[in-house]
Design a protein around this ligand. Structure first.
Ligand code: BGC
Length: 449
């Protein structure tokens, strides 16, 4: 924004009698921030760093704090009686997957069951049907799906009660305003320009409300695929630059609000071919560490999720030629490289790694290609037997068979990456069922189904 526009905005704010108070945990200051600096009653605008001040619980009257110029961090932690439900503190050192049965997503099972009906070959159909029994994350990519979480948690609870086996439900939190800032395929329902930040908070509140009803069901949540990774490498894209502060404050809101002892959060960390380059590793670790510092604690963050919806190998002796020049040519090498840097930055160095579509390697023309890659097969099955103490579990996060993006050039969500020669075409809109792609994943699965 130009200076004259800023001055006009400042004059407007000063002369306008009605000031909208920022809700608890909302942003109230920082370089480039132009919103209200008045916090809701019971909270104070608290300086975290030059880019971010936040309304934190702790005062009885609405307060205003101008953006401080000092660089001293004064971030505080919420105390009891706030919107969080349990006290904060470093997460326990346990791997959330150990000792738990992973609940099977009925949403994905229904997609798979419908797909199986369209497969004529009985052998392939049987293999396809078996995919519904492999634990796969359920994505909450629009707020309207959140009530389904309550249904799943109730189901998980009744399974737990009847079998005596502890249940773990896997979800992806995915509804940031101006989502997918450096691509188009997964543009979401909320925009920053249209009150998206407040709507996102309501979405998180709704998820938290469901989870708090089932304190004895464990939740593993992957938080916002691609968002923070875009802030490491793609701030030259105006949409990402514009979204950066809202991505950060919204992620912090999610971390603080999903602060219940049955929850384990893994923030998304792109993949080795993105943040694993030498120049990106340290800035990535700093961003993750800074985020928790600003949040005022680790809360229930257990670590990072990598390779979400991507195709990289967990480990390999024969690196794909497209990875040349990057020492993190597998996800394990990426975790090994990032782990110590995370520790230095005060961020928990634990990983879950998506291998759902990584069964076949050397299928991309360039490492940056990600859309419905031709020839992909289902990969290593979910397991805690990872052979690496940094890696909590191999998981299937992207539901195999759901599209990454449309190849229809006339769609507003058409991303040219989905029209490349190593993408499967024609492809439907992101998140919708892609039968031909699913069938290839089944037949090329490695290990075989
Ligand atoms: C889509 C989401 C979908 C997710 C999982 C994303 O690319 O944008 O709508 O839920 O993939 O398939």
């Amino acid at each position: 924004m130009k200076n004259s526009a800023l001055a006009a905005l400042a004059a407007f704010l000063v002369s306008t009698p009605v000031v909208i108070a920022v809700p608890v945990y909302g942003q109230c200051g920082g370089i480039g921030y132009t919103g209200s600096t008045v916090c809701d009653a019971g909270s104070t605008c608290t300086y975290s760093n030059d880019w971010y001040s936040q309304c934190l619980p702790g005062s009885s009257n609405p307060t205003t704090t101008p953006r401080p110029t000092s660089t001293t961090s004064t971030s505080t932690r919420p105390t009891s009686g706030t919107t969080t439900t349990t006290s904060t503190g470093p997460i326990s050192t346990d791997n959330p997957y150990v000792g738990y049965d992973v609940y099977l997503s009925p949403y994905y099972a229904a997609e798979v069951a419908a797909a199986v009906k369209n497969i004529k070959d009985a052998t392939i159909a049987a293999k396809a049907a078996s995919v519904a029994k492999i634990p796969t994350f359920t994505w909450y990519d629009i707020a309207a799906k959140v009530p389904d979480l309550g249904v799943d948690l109730a189901n998980a609870k009744s399974i737990q009660t009847s079998t005596g086996k502890k249940q773990l439900v896997q979800i992806v939190v995915y509804d940031l305003p101006d989502r997918d800032c450096h691509a188009k395929a997964s543009n979401g329902e909320y925009s920053i320009a249209n009150g998206g930040e407040a709507k996102y908070r309501a979405y998180i509140d709704a998820i938290a409300a469901q989870i708090s009803k089932y304190p004895d069901i464990r939740i593993v949540a992957v938080v916002e695929p691609d968002s923070l990774a875009n802030l490491v490498t793609n701030l030259s894209d105006p949409k990402c630059a514009n979204a950066a502060n809202v991505y950060k404050s919204s992620t912090i809101y999610a971390i603080q609000k999903l602060n219940q002892s049955n929850v384990y959060l893994y923030l998304d960390a792109g993949h080795g071919g993105w943040l694993g380059w030498d120049a990106n590793l340290a800035p990535a670790a700093q961003l993750f560490g800074q985020l928790l510092k600003t949040a005022g604690g680790t809360y229930r963050v257990r670590g990072l999720a990598t390779n979400v919806s991507n195709y990289n190998a967990l480990r390999t002796n024969t690196p794909d030629p497209i990875t040349q020049g990057n020492k993190c040519y597998s996800e394990e090498l990426y975790a090994n490289a990032l782990g110590p840097l995370l520790t230095q930055n005060g961020f928990p160095a634990h990983f879950i790694i998506d291998q759902g579509r990584s069964g076949v390697q050397n299928i991309r023309k360039e490492w940056g290609n990600w859309c419905n890659i031709l020839g992909a097969g289902f990969g290593i099955r979910p397991t805690t037997n990872t052979g690496n103490s940094l890696i909590d579990a191999i998981v299937w996060i992207k539901p195999g068979g759901e599209s990454d993006g449309t190849s229809d050039t006339s769609s507003p969500r058409y991303d040219s990456t989905c029209g490349l020669s190593d993408s499967t075409r024609p492809a439907p809109e992101a998140g919708t069922w892609f039968q031909a792609y699913f069938e290839t994943l089944v037949t090329k699965a490695n290990p075989a189904l």
